[in-house]
Design a protein around this ligand. Structure first.
Ligand code: SF4
Length: 234
């Protein structure tokens, strides 16, 4: 998953070792930045990046989140998020749902009044995600190498405020995504986002294909990459 500069606040030394296992999460970083994609693009946002992902997408730009991190209690995470004074919070990874207590964190953030989004791979069950959370769910195209991990039953849990994101590496991925949008009538359910893989598919080519096919999808580039490249913490 990706995010969108600001001060990076790495998971600091924690007192979470004293917290029961069922109240803590492994965190790679918490930082304040500009949301770089999806429908909250441009908003100052606090990103909570959970550690770990069971997938290995060929074009993944957050491999540093696969391992490491530090345990933090959910209370500590809420306190760190609050320190930044932003209205928007994005829970990302890795694959945040690979830690079951992510569901508790999402609910607690909503209860605290934040505008919360979740970036998820589409491979894990989203049924129990709090309905107030805006899900930004990938469907993995063939060139990701993780096409078989798509959990198609997740489509039944999408609401109008959710988004399905296709990250596309070339024309074959595009044609698959176009057929998938049509087959599942995705544009009637939620927003559909098409993004080119950085340095693999020229944005202009993708734009021209979308226009030629008159697709009901929203193209996006990753604003944070234009601003800060691939530096972690942005
Ligand atoms: S789902 Fe894919 S892109 Fe997202 S963190 Fe895992 S390997 Fe990377």
């Amino acid at each position: 998953m990706t995010a969108g500069a600001g001060q990076s606040v790495p998971a600091a030394a924690s007192r979470a070792d004293a917290v029961p296992l069922d109240q803590r999460l492994r965190i790679t970083e918490i930082f304040h930045s500009i949301q770089g994609e999806a429908d909250a693009v441009g908003w100052p946002t606090v990103f909570v990046r959970l550690t770990g992902c069971p997938l290995r997408c060929t074009w993944c730009d957050t491999t540093y989140s696969f391992h490491g991190g530090q345990w933090h209690s959910i209370d500590e995470i809420l306190a760190e998020v609050g320190r930044h004074g932003a209205r928007h919070v994005c829970v990302t990874g890795g694959e945040p749902l690979s830690q079951k207590r992510c569901l508790v964190l999402l609910r607690r953030l909503c209860d605290a009044g934040y505008d919360v989004s979740l970036e998820t791979s589409g491979a894990l069950d989203v049924a129990a995600v709090d309905g107030r959370v805006r899900k930004v769910m990938d469907l993995k195209a063939p060139d990701s190498g993780e096409f078989k991990r798509n959990r198609w039953s997740n489509l039944a849990h999408l609401r109008a405020h959710d988004q399905v994101k296709f990250v596309l590496a070339g024309r074959a991925d595009y044609e698959w995504a176009r057929a998938t949008v049509e087959e599942h009538q995705l544009a009637q359910t939620c927003q559909v986002l098409f993004s080119p893989v950085h340095a693999s598919l020229k944005p202009r080519a993708l734009a021209e294909w979308i226009l030629a096919d008159r697709l009901p999808v929203r193209m996006q580039l990753q604003l944070h990459k234009l601003l800060w490249g691939d530096e972690p913490g942005h």
